[in-house]
Design a binder for this molecule. Sequence first.
Ligand SMILES: Nc1ncnc2c1ncn2[C@@H]1O[C@H](COP(=O)(O)OP(=O)(O)O)[C@@H](O)[C@H]1O
Ligand SMILES: [Mg+2]
Length: 488
Amino acid sequence: MSAENEFSSLFATESEVGSVAGGVTLPAWQVLLVDDEPMMHTVLHFAMQDMVVEGRRLALSDASSSTEAQAALLRQPDIALILLDVVMETTDAGLRFVEYVRQILHNRKVRIVLLTGQPAYALERDVIANYEIDDYRVKSELTSDKLFTCLYSTLRTYQALHDLELKLPIEKLAMELQTANQQLTIEIADRTRAQALAGEQMHTLKEVNKRLEEAQYQLLQSEKMASIGLLASGVAHEINNPIGYVSSNLGTLESYSKGFLDIIEAYEAGADTDPQTRLARINALKESLDFNYAKGDVVALVQETTDGLNRVKSIVQSLKDFSRIETADTWAMEDVTKGIESTLSVVWNELKYKCEVRREFGEIPPVECVLSHLNQVFLNMLINAAHAIVEHGTVTIRTGCAHERVWIEIADTGKGIVPEHLTHIFDPFFTTKPVGKGTGLGLSISYGIIKKHHGEIEVESQPGHGTVFRIWLPIRQPASEEGMIPAP
Ligand SMILES: Nc1ncnc2c1ncn2[C@@H]1O[C@H](COP(=O)(O)OP(=O)(O)O)[C@@H](O)[C@H]1O
Ligand SMILES: [Mg+2]
């Protein structure tokens, strides 16, 4: 059967083929004709040349084998419809080509209509069921109308698929956006919750911090009270001594003065008597009052009393210097050596029975500090040194200056600190002393004070031989610290 015969019906009726879209040139439908019969191409070209589907013309291309068809499809991926012969190189070349398109190229979009001249080779039901094709036509039964209907329905399907393909990424994007949005909402909620939690924690932390500060203040007060208690007894003792002899001297001076007044009275009373008798009486009185001795003793007693009162005055002054009660706790350029001296006189009673105190003071410049706070450190270290000395020993205080820093060393020949204690001595409440003698706060407070001064404390100890505490202080405080009051 020739192609002309096969398609004779195509020429029979020529019905309306659709209309060209008014004014707008839409791209033509790409249609591939695959057939090994050249006549088929001629006939189909002829039948379809004026057809318009959905306002678009048809652009036909040709392949005469499935191999050529593969090449055409690769060249022109926007082919919308393939009119495909079944029997070409082989009896099922067309069907293999469908497999190739759908399974190898994964092209599910292109529409395929099988045109067969020999239905025996490809039974319609089998083919429709097993291959992804749109239509199956026996060439001899094809009319122009049927072809048009077939083109119309397949090209529409193609267009629908195409639109869907375009829409899909947008929908996918919208979906992704929605998911991202939801995720974001969750994250924002999480973050808000976390922030609220952080706020609560911050509040708790502030509370804890405030309570800690209060506790620290209490501790400081208790340590101060403890050292005041200790010092009070020492100072009382120091003051008692001179007060004792001042008051006894005053007693002696009082009786001397009475005698002297008696003698003066004797002079005045005997004005009308015989000078010899008067002199004898006065001499007897002088004798009885031990006038000659008293005369010499008065000067010595007044001197001694003055010295005693000066001693009391200097103790009071040292106490004032030590505690700096008359000045505010502010940074100032101070003489640290003077601070050590006033501290020494305050703790003298604690030291004097047990230790010889050696001063090896170097030349040091004024240091920017709060001296009363540093004195508290010296005080604690000196008392610790005295406590460490069991029978009798030496406490050596050295000072010096190196690299813009001043150092103060307080060394004792006491019992020393065992290595396992050395790492704890700055801990609050660490004490090896019996209750009543140690609070365990002295060194921790000292550490805090030196830290506020941007300094350091070093300690070296040899159990059984003694301990050295070395304090390093910068001569000037960092600029930002000026005017700040460091709480000890
Ligand atoms: N110079 C020293 N020699 C020996 N041990 C010392 C010396 N200074 C401090 N320590 C040890 O460090 C501990 C803590 O000292 P400190 O904080 O001043 O508290 P406290 O003197 O109240 O015990 C002391 O109990 C003592 O064991
Ligand atoms: Mg102490």
